[in-house]
Design a protein around this ligand. Structure first.
Ligand code: V47
Ligand code: SF4
Length: 383
């Protein structure tokens, strides 16, 4: 806990307004800050000070421990009935010859590639294909579980789920139960974007709205499943929209306790209908991660998803509140490379991930999807 001991005197060395001093005291006393106070942090917080405070929160929970997992993705298709303005990845059904549509056998071949390898999670996410329905995905889940029962199945954004359930004429609860019975164990956090209706109208008009996204996660939590939450930031949203988004998530987490981790996703602007919108600066990225760590007091973990942020910037965020870097990925996702991320073939060995974490002065810890510790890498060898 090397940074926590002198935190009060370090924070006192910054010239602070009375408002920021009050917020600081609340955070140091483990009290929740209000939406107005969160907004103040965005408007007036300087990144050195915000970082010290966010790092205090992170180290009070986990010390230097930094989590990762061994995982791979399956992207069943990039054909999508929706056309979100920020998306570089999807192709409309009428242009499906430009995209991909994997059969169950092709997806099973991906799973079988990892036979004998120590991966613990498969993350299944893709476009919303009009012909890949609930039964199709239940069959996929059942086949993966039968082949490899120990693999944790994390899959489908609330956007994919909303479409699947409506098409099958099942309630959210019935549809979710069917997927759970087929082997689904948790939900990823995608599709949340920014909950505000006006912003949604401009960037992802036709897909499930903010209340629907929250309700699908609530339903999963009620059935005993866990999930993640994301926020797509750095496009046309304001600081107030970010706080509103985080407040909705914080409220649902108070109700259910079902979220594992919060994952801010930086908008990347290559080859999409929002390419004219500049990407956020690194200073704004740092500020966002630090404020998120301070604001989301009931979320245990804050993840920097390195395929999207780039590995160097993800590593930097370990000093600004982040305690989790997602996983090894093994070049199995295209969402971010197609949107212009510097990670064009995202893949890191366990050794590379551990080195990245150690270079930032932290201790690598392999975790499973639910953050049970698998191995603490407190020496230099990787097993
Ligand atoms: O909902 C799409 C985002 C999400 C762009 O739960 C973009 O562990 C930036 O949610 N620039 C899907 N972001 C991926 C996702 C995710 C990723 C990693 C881990 C987890 C998890 C979840 O990707 C979409 C959207 O918000 N996205 N296009 C873009 N141009
Ligand atoms: Fe489809 Fe998801 Fe892309 Fe939107 S972000 S167009 S829902 S694949």
């Amino acid at each position: 806990m090397k940074h926590t001991e002198n935190i009060q005197s370090l924070l006192d060395s910054y010239p602070l307004s009375a408002d920021l001093k009050r917020i600081c005291e609340k955070v140091l006393n483990a009290q929740r800050i209000s939406p107005e106070e969160g907004l103040k942090l965005f408007q007036e917080g300087e990144i050195g000070w915000l970082g010290a405070l966010a790092n205090y929160v992170r180290e009070s929970r986990f010390g230097d421990k930094t989590f990762f997992n061994r995982n791979f993705h399956i992207e069943p298709t990039n054909v999508c009935v929706f056309s979100c303005a920020f998306c570089s990845y999807s192709r409309l059904y009428k242009h499906r010859e430009d995209g991909w549509e994997l059969s169950i056998d092709q997806m099973m071949d991906i799973v079988k590639k990892y036979d004998g390898q120590p991966v613990t999670e498969v993350h299944i996410v893709g476009g919303v294909h009009p012909k890949m329905d609930l039964d199709y995905f239940c069959e996929l889940l059942r086949k993966i579980k039968a082949h490899r029962p120990d693999l944790h199945l994390k899959g489908f954004t609330a956007v994919e789920l909303d479409y699947m359930f409506r098409k099958s004429k099942l309630s959210r609860e019935e549809g979710m139960q069917k997927l759970k019975d087929a082997g689904l164990q948790s939900l990823p956090g995608g599709g949340a974007e920014i909950f505000d209706a006006e912003i949604r109208k401009q960037i992802c008009e036709d897909k499930v709205d903010g209340d629907g996204w929250l309700d699908i996660h609530r339903t999963a939590h009620r059935l005993g499943m866990h999930s993640n939450a994301t926020m797509l930031y750095g496009h046309i949203e304001s600081y107030a929209h970010r706080i509103d988004h985080m407040e909705s998530l914080r409220t649902l987490q108070d109700e259910t306790g079902g979220f594992n981790t919060f994952i801010p996703l930086k908008f990347r602007n290559q080859d999409n209908d929002m390419s004219h919108v500049a990407e956020s600066s690194i200073v704004e990225d740092i500020k966002l991660y630090a404020v998120a760590r301070i604001y989301m007091d009931n979320f245990a973990h804050l993840k920097a998803y390195w395929p999207m942020l780039g590995r160097s910037n993800a590593q930097l965020m370990l000093s600004y509140g982040v305690d989790d870097l997602d996983g090894t990925i093994d070049d199995s996702t295209k969402i971010y490379s197609m949107a212009g991320s510097e990670e064009q073939n995202p893949s890191m060995t366990t050794e590379e991930l551990c080195d990245l974490i150690r270079d930032a002065g932290r201790t690598p810890v392999e975790r499973d999807t639910l953050y049970q510790e698998i191995k603490v890498y407190d020496d230099v060898s990787v097993g």
